[in-house]
Design a protein around this ligand. Structure first.
Ligand code: BDR
Ligand code: CA
Length: 314
C-alpha cells in the first residue's frame, strides 16, 4: 500500500482528508504532523490527535510543528470558516486521544519516518507549507526517500484568502516558494480550481451521515463550514479541499494533471501568496521562458466518480 505522511491544520476539510486516508485500504499512514493554519497550532494538534482516535488509529504518531510562518508572522487564522476550535464548535465532542503527543516534534518525526522507510513515501501537505520547507532546508538528504509531494494549495484562476491567493500558500508564501519552486521532488499541486469542481451538497453529506457512525461523526463537524461555503457555492454544501489532495495521494491519477512552471508571489502587494501557473507553453529556449522546473497541476477529474470514491471509502 501507499506509504503516506499527512501534514495538516485541522480544519473541517482536513478532518475529511484524515478520514479518507485512515479508512482506505492499501494506505499505510506512517504519521501525522501538525502546523498552524486554520486555527492556532495548539488547536490543530489537539484536533488531529482526537480525529485519529475517532478513526481508530491509536498507532499513528502525531507531532506538532511550526506555530508561525517562516519569515513574516502575519498569517491570520480562519475561525470564521472552520469555527474557533477548527471543527465547527464540535472538537470537544470527539474522543480524547489516548496516544501521547510525539515529543520529537514535526521535523524530527518526518526525518525518522523517512529514514526508516524501505520504499518511497508520499507526503500530503494540506496546510501552510512551513514544516515541509523546514524539513527540506534542515535535512536535504531525506529528499530521496520522498516519492511524491501532493499539496492542497494555490489557485490558477482564483484565490480565497485574497482575490489572488489561496489560504495555505498565503499563510506562508516564503515556505511555499521553497517547496514549489526551489524544490526538486516530484510534486502535484491541487489548487482551488479543482477542489471547487469536487464540491458536495448537503444531500451528499446526508448520505454520508446515514452511512454509519463514522460518516455521522464527520457530518457533525460541518455546520459552520457549510454556512461559510453556501453563499460561495450558491447552494447548501461545502468544498472538501484537502480530501481532494489526499484522494490523489492514495489513488495516483484520480485527478488529471498538466505540467507547468509555477512561481509564488512573495512581494507585499495585493497578490502576495498567489501561485503563478505559467500556461503559456513556451519552449525552454524561448527568451521569455522561465528557467526552472515544472510541477504537475491537477485541473480536472471525473467529478461524479470522485464523489462516489470518497463516499465509498468513508
Ligand atoms: C485550504 O485552506 C484551509 O482553510 C483548508 O483546510 C484547506 O487546506 C483551502 O484553501
Ligand atoms: Ca487544511
Amino acid at each position: 500500500g501507499t506509504k503516506l505522511i499527512i501534514d495538516t491544520d485541522p480544519g473541517v476539510d482536513d478532518a475529511f482528508a484524515l478520514a479518507l486516508a485512515t479508512q482506505s485500504e492499501d494506505v499505510d499512514l506512517l504519521g501525522v504532523t501538525t502546523v498552524f493554519g486554520n486555527v492556532p497550532l495548539s488547536h490543530t494538534t489537539a484536533n488531529a490527535r482526537r480525529l485519529l482516535q475517532l478513526f481508530g488509529c491509536e498507532d499513528v504518531p502525531v507531532a506538532a510543528g511550526a506555530s508561525r510562518p517562516l519569515v513574516y508572522d502575519n498569517a491570520k487564522p480562519a475561525g470564521f470558516v472552520h469555527g474557533e476550535d477548527g471543527l465547527s464548535g464540535h472538537a470537544g465532542t470527539l474522543p480524547e486521544a489516548k496516544r501521547p503527543l510525539d515529543e520529537r516534534g514535526a521535523v524530527r518525526l518526518l526525518v525518522d519516518l523517512l529514514e526508516a522507510a524501505d520504499e518511497p513515501v508520499t507526503i500530503a501537505p494540506i496546510g501552510p507549507l512551513t514544516n515541509i520547507a523546514l524539513l527540506l532546508a534542515a535535512h536535504p538528504e531525506v529528499r530521496e526517500k520522498i516519492g511524491r509531494i501532493v499539496i492542497m494549495g494555490g489557485g490558477v484562476t482564483k484565490g480565497n484568502s485574497t482575490t489572488a491567493a489561496e489560504f495555505n500558500i498565503w499563510s506562508d508564501p516564503e515556505a511555499a516558494r521553497r517547496v514549489l519552486v526551489d524544490g526538486d521532488i516530484p510534486t502535484v499541486l491541487v489548487p482551488l480550481d479543482i477542489t471547487h469542481q469536487c464540491s458536495v451538497d448537503t444531500g451528499w453529506l446526508g448520505k454520508l451521515a446515514a452511512s454509519g457512525p463514522l460518516g455521522a461523526a464527520l457530518e457533525a463537524l460541518t455546520p459552520t463550514y457549510v454556512e461559510h461555503y453556501t453563499p460561495i457555492l450558491g447552494f447548501p454544501g461545502m468544498v472538501m479541499h484537502d480530501a481532494v489532495a489526499v484522494a490523489e495521494a492514495i489513488r495516483p491519477g484520480i485527478l488529471h494533471t498538466e505540467s507547468y512552471p509555477v512561481d509564488v508571489e512573495c512581494g507585499f502587494g495585493p497578490a502576495r501568496g498567489a501561485t503563478l501557473v505559467d500556461r503559456r507553453r513556451l519552449r525552454s529556449t524561448d527568451p521569455q521562458a522561465v528557467p526552472g522546473r515544472t510541477i504537475d497541476v491537477a485541473l480536472t477529474t471525473d467529478v461524479d466518480a470522485f464523489r462516489e470514491f470518497v463516499l465509498g471509502s468513508l
